[in-house]
Design a protein around this ligand. Structure first.
Ligand SMILES: O=C(O)CCC(=O)c1ccccc1C(=O)O
Ligand SMILES: [Mg+2]
Length: 330
């Protein structure tokens, strides 16, 4: 069943969630929430994304609100802590927000910082987690191949689980993967999956050892699940800094994947000072439950965006809906 545009718009709530610290350059996250027959669902492409890219996120919102999710194979999803490109001295306070996490993902290669900053941050994370903790780093495509080789070598003494999107292109990923294979550190693709016209190209090229998959940019739980099956690589389901509603979408995707060998990047509700759900999907004992959150009217009212931002988001919903109609994607 597919909703009419009017059905979407009548249930739409536009919210702005304050964050505890800056991430991806933002300190508040905006989202549209719709209530469908399956429960609440979320549409929250980043504000700078164009309509074509954002339309996949609307497809995902409709999928989760109007179509039954696949049968869950597990009721909890182990998650990683997410450490922004902060100073080493701030690492402890961030990790304290993820009780029981055995895995941390650390942002590296931040513009304006140095490799020494990355090394100090990763060292602080290793000291916090101890030798058995798992540390993965995410460069968000910001290194060239030589920089990546140098940085991965410098970070390797801290025992990395994998390096996420060290470079931008599929060819560069293949190159850095063969240059560093002697170190035995896997290479993960993120932007090469979620921002690519063909999300399977990186797998087909043998340019990554595992894939990061996100439900909203891949068009929803069902379409992401097909991509995972076709890729034939291990995956990590991760968030786009969604509210508890979008995180529930990711959790339902993760719950339906037969082999989930890595912890998922779905602990990010911990980044919000306030969330929309009665029981926010923050990690407890290192995992989040697989359920559909209920939202309290009082909390929705408290987090309601300004009329200007509401108009902006609902216009975006209309444009993306028309794009989906025109491409016969609904
Ligand atoms: O994977 C995680 O731990 C959290 C999610 C995350 O890092 C992220 C969130 C929003 C946009 C991009 C990214 C990313 O993985 O690059
Ligand atoms: Mg990433």
């Amino acid at each position: 069943m597919v909703p009419e545009l009017a059905d979407l718009l009548t249930t739409a709530r536009v919210v702005t969630l304050p964050m505890v610290a800056r991430f991806r350059g933002i300190t508040a996250r905006e989202a549209v929430l719709f209530e469908g027959p399956q429960g609440w669902t979320e549409f929250s492409p980043f504000v700078e994304y164009d309509d074509e890219e954002s339309a996949a996120w609307l497809h995902a919102a409709i999928d989760f609100g109007w179509r039954e999710a696949p049968a869950p194979l597990r009721d909890h999803i182990p998650v990683n802590a997410t450490v922004p490109a902060i100073a080493a001295g701030e690492v402890r306070a961030v990790l304290d927000r993820y009780p029981g996490a055995r895995t941390a993902k650390v942002k590296v290669a931040e513009p304006g910082q140095t490799l020494a900053d990355d090394v100090a941050r990763v060292r602080a994370v290793r000291e916090y987690l101890g030798p058995e903790g798992r540390i993965r780093v995410d460069a968000n495509a910001l290194w060239n191949v030589d920089e990546a080789e140098h940085a991965i070598h410098a970070l390797s003494p801290f025992d990395l689980e994998y390096v996420e999107q060290p470079c931008a292109t599929v060819d560069e990923l293949a190159d850095i993967r063969s240059r560093t294979s002697y170190m035995g550190i896997p290479i993960a693709a993120d932007e090469s999956v979620r921002k690519a016209s063909d999300p399977l190209a990186v797998a087909r090229a043998g340019a990554a050892d595992l894939l990061i998959v996100k439900a909203q940019p891949l068009g929803g739980v069902h379409s992401a699940l097909r991509i995972v099956a076709e890729a034939g690589l291990p995956v990590v389901v991760s968030s786009a800094i969604d509210t508890s509603v979008g995180i529930a979408m990711g959790a339902h995707l993760a719950a339906a994947i037969p082999d989930l060998e890595y912890d998922c990047g779905l602990g990010t509700v911990a980044m919000f000072a306030v969330d929309v759900a009665d029981h926010p999907l923050v990690p407890v004992d290192g995992s989040i439950p697989v359920n559909r959150p209920s939202l309290s009217p009082a909390r929705l009212a408290e987090l309601e965006s300004t009329p200007e931002r509401r108009d902006w988001w609902l216009d975006r919903v209309r444009r993306c809906y028309r794009l989906l109609e025109r491409s016969a994607a609904l």
